[in-house]
Design a protein around this ligand. Structure first.
Ligand code: GLC
Length: 469
C-alpha cells in the first residue's frame, strides 16, 4: 500500500504517540553503567564580531585560517583557528591542548561562568538517571567537588568515593583529584565574521571544543568501577572516551588496554549489552584502533554522519568518505553504514544525522526491530525536548516535545533511504529486512533554533538503546 505524504506523517505521529509508554517501561531496567569520560564543560558563546576581533588581534590571515593540517592547540591563537574553522564550515570539532599553560590561559580568559556536566559518560549518566532506570553507575577518573556538582542530585545516580564505596555521585568529593574542564565554544547560524575583507557567514549553529585533560589523555581508569561491573549484574554498559588519545602519547596502547576489560564483561553470566559511543577523534591511528579493535567486540555502536565519514577514511574507503562529505545524504550514508557493518561486524550500529536515524542490527540481535524502533522514537523525542529547552534536567523534561510535528525534512530523508534500500516498507513501518541485517529508521522532530547541541548525539544513542530494552 502506498501512502500519501500526509498519511505518512500521520502514521509516524501515531508511532511517536507511544514515546511516553516506552519511557515508562525504562523503570524496569535495573542497572546502566557509563564509562569512561566524565568532565566539567565550560560553555561560552562567541559572536562573529568577537571572532573577527580576535582574529585581528592574533594577526591570523585567511590563508592561515583555512589550512586544516594542524588540529592541535599549542597557543591561544590555535583556539581561534579552531573556532574559525568550525564557524565557517558550521561543523563541530574537538582539538586537544597538550600544555597546561593553555589550560591556565583558558581558565583565565575564557572563564568558567557557565558550567555543566561534560563528556559522553557524564552526559549519558546524568540524562538517563531521569528516565526511571533504577541505578546508573558512572565511572569517574576524577571526582572533586566541582565535578560532583555537575551530577544531578539524584539518589539513583552513583559513583565511587576514594574508598571505593558506591554512593550518589553528587555527594562524593575526592578532594585530592583535580577537575577536568573542557571549553565548549558555541556560535550561531547566519552570524558573520570578517577576515582580510572577506565576509564569512556561519552555515549552521555548532561548537568548537578545546580540551586539556591529562586524565583523559592517559585514559585513567578507576578500578572500583571495573570491579563493580564485573561483580554485579549490569544490563547495559555505555562506553566512550577514547577520542582524546594521541598515538604519539601511547594512544593506541591505551585503546588496547580496554580490550581485556570489555572481554571480561562479556564473560559475565548475565552479559551486559556493551555500547560504544563514538566521538570526534582526530588521531587517525587511534581512530583506526577504535574501529578495528573496539567496535568489533562491542554489541552496539552509535555515531553521527561526521564520525561515520571519519571511520570510512581510516578503513580505506576514502572515495566514499569524500562522496559522503560532499553530499551528506541518506543514500550516501546508507552505503557508509553497510560498509561499517561489514568491516566491523558490530551487531548493532546506529547512525544519526540531521532529520534521520538509521540502525543496522543483526537479524538475531537480542532486540527486535520493533523494540529498536520504539527506542529510537523515544530518543528523537528526548533530543527534540533537549533542543527546545536547552537541557534535560527533570524527568518531565524528556517528553516536552511530545505532540510536535515530525519534520518534512525527516520524512524526505526517510523516503530517500527507502528508495536507496529498495524497500518502501521502511517508510511506513520504520523497519525492513535487508540481505544481511535488519534496518530500522526514524524521521525526527527538528527544532528550528536549538538552544544547544552539545551532548545531543549521546542523548540520542543512549535513549535509542535503553528505550529498546
Ligand atoms: C566530548 C568533550 C566533552 C563534551 C562532549 C559532548 O566528550 O570532551 O567536553 O561534553 O564531547 O558530546
Amino acid at each position: 500500500m502506498s501512502l500519501s505524504p500526509d498519511n505518512i506523517k500521520k502514521n509516524w505521529r501515531l508511532k511517536y504517540d507511544k514515546a511516553s509508554e516506552t519511557l515508562a517501561q525504562m523503570s524496569k531496567i535495573k542497572t546502566l553503567a557509563a564509562a569512561f569520560n566524565v568532565n566539567v564543560d565550560s560553555i561560552i558563546k562567541i559572536s562573529g564580531k568577537d571572532l573577527t576581533e580576535k582574529i585581528k588581534e592574533y594577526g591570523l590571515s585567511l590563508t592561515e585560517l583555512q589550512k586544516a593540517d594542524n588540529k592541535k592547540i599549542s597557543t591561544p591563537k590555535d583556539i581561534y583557528r579552531g573556532i574559525f574553522r568550525c564557524f565557517s564550515l558550521g561543523i563541530a570539532e574537538e582539538w586537544i591542548a597538550e600544555d597546561k599553560a593553555v589550560y591556565d590561559w583558558m581558565k583565565q580568559h575564557l572563564g568558567t561562568k557557565k558550567l555543566q556536566m561534560g563528556a559522553q559518560a557524564g552526559i549519558i549518566a546524568n540524562t538517563l538517571s531521569l528516565s526511571g532506570i533504577q541505578k546508573v553507575v558512572t565511572h569517574t577518573a576524577s571526582l572533586p567537588e566541582l565535578q560532583a556538582e555537575q551530577f544531578f542530585k539524584r539518589e539513583n545516580l552513583l559513583s565511587f568515593d576514594e574508598n571505593g564505596n558506591l554512593k550518589p555521585a553528587y555527594r562524593i568529593n575526592r578532594p585530592q583529584d583535580e577537575a577536568s574542564i573542557h571549553w565548549i565554544i558555541e556560535f550561531d547560524k547566519d552570524d558573520k565574521a570578517e577576515v582580510d575583507g572577506t565576509e564569512i557567514i556561519c552555515p549552521k549553529s555548532n561548537r568548537f571544543i578545546a580540551t586539556y585533560d591529562p586524565m583523559l589523555f592517559n585514559l585513567v581508569i578507576d578500578d572500583n568501577f571495573v570491579k563493580y561491573t564485573n561483580e554485579n549484574p549490569v544490563n547495559c554498559i555505555i562506553l566512550s572516551g577514547y577520542q582524546a588519545l594521541d598515538s604519539a602519547n601511547n594512544g593506541v596502547a591505551l585503546v588496547e588496554k580496554t580490550i581485556p576489560i570489555i572481554k571480561k564483561w562479556k564473560q559475565n553470566s548475565e552479559h551486559p549489552l556493551i555500547h560504544l559511543e563514538i566521538a570526534s577523534t582526530q588521531d587517525k591511528e587511534v581512530r583506526k584502533a577504535i574501529v578495528k579493535k573496539i567496535m568489533p567486540i562491542c554489541d552496539s555502536c552509535g555515531l553521527n554522519e561526521r564520525e561515520t565519514i571519519d571511520m570510512l577514511e581510516v578503513l580505506g574507503y576514502e572515495a566514499l568518505a569524500e562522496k559522503c562529505n560532499r553530499e551528506t545524504t541518506p543514500s550516501n550514508l546508507w552505503q557508509a553504514l553497510k560498509i561499517l557493518k561489514k568491516e566491523t561486524a558490530c551487531p548493532r550500529i546506529q547512525l544519526h544525522m540531521f532529520g534521520l536515524y538509521m540502525t543496522a542490527a543483526d537479524k538475531d540481535f537480542c532486540l527486535s526491530p520493533q523494540d529498536n524502533l520504539k527506542g529510537m522514537i523515544l530518543a528523537a523525542t528526548a533530543a527534540a525536548s533537549k533542543a527546545s529547552i536547552g537541557k534535560l534536567s527533570e524527568p518531565s523534561d524528556i517528553l516536552v516535545s511530545v505532540g510536535q510535528d515530525i519534520n518534512q525534512i525527516g520524512i524526505n530523508a526517510l523516503s530517500e533511504l527507502a528508495q536507496a534500500v529498495g524497500n518502501q516498507q521502511l517508510l511506513t513501518d520504520g523497519f525492513c529486512k535487508t540481505e544481511d541485517f535488519n534496518l530500522i529508521a526514524v524521521p525526527t522532530i527538528i527544532i528550528d533554533k536549538p538552544k544547544t547541541l552539545v551532548g545531543m548525539g549521546d542523548t540520542i544513542s543512549a535513549f535509542s538503546l535503553l528505550g529498546a530494552l
